[in-house]
Design a protein around this ligand. Structure first.
Ligand SMILES: *Cc1c(COP(=O)(O)O)cnc(C)c1O
Length: 496
């Protein structure tokens, strides 16, 4: 059965999976959603005998139905290989009664690697299937993390180039070092003399510039984006929830058909939406617990039915969750609106014009599989300390938000179902916040002293991604003014 992808804001647009991946965003600002969620008609017992790659194939082939078996298997093999520092790809670690699904064993030690290591291969395959002869040029503005994960994913992938713009004085020294040491002939990293918004505006302008598009095409190039709303990032994220169910069963932690809960530290709502799709495929998932930091728009939404971004934006120790507009929530809204593109589009127009919308009681009824809560900065730090003291297990700040919210959920409900917590970053990525949470005396140490201290405390080897930036050579030193971004792109691609 073919799965097609339709526009959340325009029912007349329906495309194949490969087209949806190639286009990224649907027309009129809408997102692509599968017209049906396919069933995963394989028992957890059978899944428990499969490798990560095998489960990836079984999940993804049900969504990306216009990819051949060979195409999909090749993409999977190229993505989930020795870039990951464990053959399990996403190991499940039991600590203090919960199960932490470690999604941070890829190139940049955070969960974006799970999808960004396969997206380039899906994109190139999609281009060839749709008779696109041009090379694909990925253009990205980054405030830090996504840029590096995209660079690592696209580096040396034939038929692609990737150009990343970051605010020269607006990312952390470690983030900058990670990007400017990126290898790969097809990569370019540029520090702009401006802030993140200016980088993003510059990138958007280039995407919509018809003259640039014409010149690119003449030279055999076209732009594409590695945005988190691409269906090619969402589908690979469903895989690890199936893998978590399989591992629980394989380890004798759950019986056949035993339901579990899932807790996800949430920002743009991509990761938890993947868990929702996993549940709808038929996996034994009961509750979806949505964890926010102080930017608790989603908690308020789940408790009141009102989504309201009109509030102060707060910087926290879990920066990847500092988000006031969770783009992927639109896919859930579309669904609970009865897959009514008109109704969804009306709500999204309200969001754009007034920053808020309210869903109907009938829509709200369908949200009871979700539970939302949040953790503030003190609660997050306390959770890191508690888990270290009770179980000797060290988690990062994002995972700690999820873990703290799970403790609140337990206290409120007494629910005894086994629970998987999505662990979205290595503690080595946020070493200072993590070590300060354990003991404030660590604050006097330098960044790399902290890395070694963490390795000692957690009894975990320093990840390769961190060792590499200790010594790596700077390979990118391009800087430019905000109005020079286009000429930098033209130079790199050799077009006048
Ligand atoms: C991106 C990110 C998140 C949020 O994931 P969404 O899919 O945007 O909800 C959480 N934690 C970390 C470490 C991330 O990088």
């Amino acid at each position: 059965m073919e799965v097609r992808y339709t526009n959340t804001r325009d029912a007349s647009e329906t495309v194949s999976a490969s087209r949806a991946i190639l286009n990224g965003l649907a027309g009129g600002g809408g997102l692509y959603v599968p017209t049906v969620i396919p069933k995963l008609d394989i028992s957890v017992e059978d899944l428990s005998k499969m490798s990560y790659r095998e489960i990836a194939y079984e999940v993804m082939r049900r969504f990306l139905t216009d990819f051949t078996e060979e195409e999909l298997k090749t993409c999977i093999e190229r993505a989930y290989d020795s870039k990951f520092d464990t053959r399990k790809i996403a190991p499940l670690v039991k600590a203090d009664g919960a199960y932490y699904l470690e999604l941070f064993h890829g190139a940049t030690i955070a969960f974006k690697d799970m999808a960004l290591s396969i997206l380039p291969h899906l994109l190139i395959t999609a281009a060839r299937k749709n008779h696109v002869k041009n090379d694909i040029v990925i253009l990205t503005a980054t405030s830090g993390d996504t840029g590096k994960a995209a660079l690592a994913g696209f580096a040396d992938v034939e038929g692609t180039k990737i150009i990343v713009f970051y605010p020269k004085n607006g990312v952390s020294p470690i983030q900058e070092k990670q990007m400017v040491t990126q290898k790969g002939e097809n990569t370019l990293v540029v520090g702009i003399h401006g802030n993140f918004d200016q980088a993003q505006t510059g990138v958007k302008q280039m995407f919509s510039d018809p003259d640039l598009k014409k010149d690119l095409d003449a030279a055999g190039y076209q732009f594409s984006s590695a945005n988190s709303i691409n269906i090619g990032r969402l589908v690979p994220q469903i895989v690890y929830y199936a893998y978590a169910c399989a591992q629980l069963y394989a380890n004798g932690e759950t019986g056949a058909d035993e339901k579990i809960n899932v807790v996800v530290p949430t920002g743009n709502f991509g990761n938890i939406l993947a868990a929702f799709y996993a549940k709808n495929m038929g996996l034994p998932i009961e509750r979806l617990i949505c964890a926010s930091n102080k930017n608790k728009v989603l908690y308020d939404f789940f408790s009141t039915g009102v989504y309201d971004r009109n509030r102060e934006f707060m910087l926290t120790s879990s920066p990847s969750m500092d988000i006031l507009i969770s783009s992927n929530l639109e896919r859930l809204i579309y669904r609970i609106a009865g897959e009514d593109a008109g109704a969804n589009a009306a709500l999204m127009r309200q969001l754009a014009s007034s920053g808020r919308y309210e869903i109907t009681p009938r829509m709200r009824e369908q949200l009871d599989v979700f539970y939302g809560n949040y953790a503030d900065e003190d609660e997050t730090a306390a959770e890191i300390r508690r888990l270290y003291q009770d179980a000797g297990y060290v988690i990062d700040t994002h995972t700690a938000v999820a873990s703290a919210v799970y403790q609140k959920y337990l206290a409120e409900t007494g629910d005894t179902l086994k629970t998987v917590i999505a662990s979205t970053a290595s503690p080595f990525k946020f070493t200072r916040s993590v070590m300060n949470a354990i003991d404030e005396q660590y604050d006097v140490m330098s960044d790399f002293e902290l890395v070694d201290a963490l390795s000692f405390l957690a009894k975990v080897k320093v990840p390769r991604a961190i060792e590499e930036i200790r010594e790596a050579r700077v390979l990118h030193d391009t800087e430019c003014e905000t109005d020079e971004m286009e000429s930098v792109v033209r130079d790199f691609l050799g077009i006048g």
